[in-house]
Ligand binder design. Structure first.
Ligand code: IPE
Ligand code: IPE
Ligand code: MG
Length: 247
């Protein structure tokens, strides 16, 4: 096995796509697909926690998803509220720490309060770190970090020449987590859709046609098996990796 590929990814980032098509195949409204998608999240979180994966970042709502029909957007927001209300106890039972990334400002007061409460009440848990990206966009993330640095520079607290990739990174969402080792997109599309643009710089990509509500532990095992077969070189040559392995 390549020396630089740990058996298990520490951090998995997922674009949970295909809920609408899953529902359409069953002649159900799109919302039924989103509900089934929440069930998949519940099962997968438990499974990954048991496997010993440290962190999982799930794309639940992109900054572009506001362009969907108003009714779907409001049903999705409602589903987010219900999921937070219903799953908090289970998260604590399974020692999961919850965190939400993205721009919360457009959310209603009830949702904002639920997010704050769920984060606070799971903050001492030491198992899986579950990150939900909601109203998240990779460009927004880089932009808000740049804004913070610009503010510091304009106040005289930061020399613009001191801005390095490491410093910018320290102001991004997920700055305290290892970068994702594995990226999974379900639903067949092969694009990043403005997800973690900076953080995915050296992540291994895995795409599957499986629709998100059908993504079970067997589908996850296929992704993990593909990950294990990769040689992560981080710019080095394959020979260098083998030599390091022989040491
Ligand atoms: C992903 O499923 C969930 C969200 C974007 C909220 P979709 O709703 O995009 O499902 P498809 O792509 O239409 O099948
Ligand atoms: C990406 O899925 C966002 C989420 C899964 C939340 P989309 O279905 O919105 O992506 P595009 O628009 O097809 O790229
Ligand atoms: Mg989609």
């Amino acid at each position: 096995m390549p020396a630089e590929t740990p058996t298990l990814p520490r951090h998995i980032a997922i674009i949970m796509d295909g809920n609408g098509r899953w529902a359409r195949q069953r002649h159900l409204p799109r919302f039924a697909g989103h509900k089934a998608g929440v069930d998949t999240v519940r099962k997968l979180v438990r499974h990954c926690g048991e496997m010993g994966i440290s962190a999982m970042t799930l794309f639940a709502f992109s900054s572009e998803n506001w362009r969907r029909p108003e009714k779907e957007v409001s049903l999705l927001m409602g589903l987010f509220v219900t999921a937070l209300e219903q799953q908090l106890k289970k998260l604590n039972k399974h020692n999961v720490r919850l965190r939400i990334i993205g721009d919360r400002s457009p959310f209603n007061a009830k949702l904002k309060a639920l997010i704050d409460d769920a984060e606070a009440r799971t903050s001492d848990n030491t198992g899986l770190e579950l990150v939900i990206a909601a109203n998240y966009g990779g460009r927004w993330d880089i932009c808000q970090a740049a804004r913070t640095l610009a503010r510091l520079a304009s106040q005289g607290a930061l020399d613009p020449d001191a801005i390095s990739p490491e410093l910018l990174q320290s102001h991004l969402s997920l700055n305290d987590l290892p970068e994702p080792d594995l990226f999974i997109r379900t639903g067949g599309e092969k694009r990043v859709s403005n997800y973690l643009l900076w953080q995915l710089a050296y992540t291994e990509f895995y795409f599957t046609d499986t629709l998100w509500p059908d993504f079970d532990h067997i589908a996850l095992e296929k992704a993990l098996s593909s990950y294990r077969s990769r040689e992560r070189r981080f710019g080095r040559t394959s020979e260098q990796i083998s030599a390091a392995q022989d040491d």
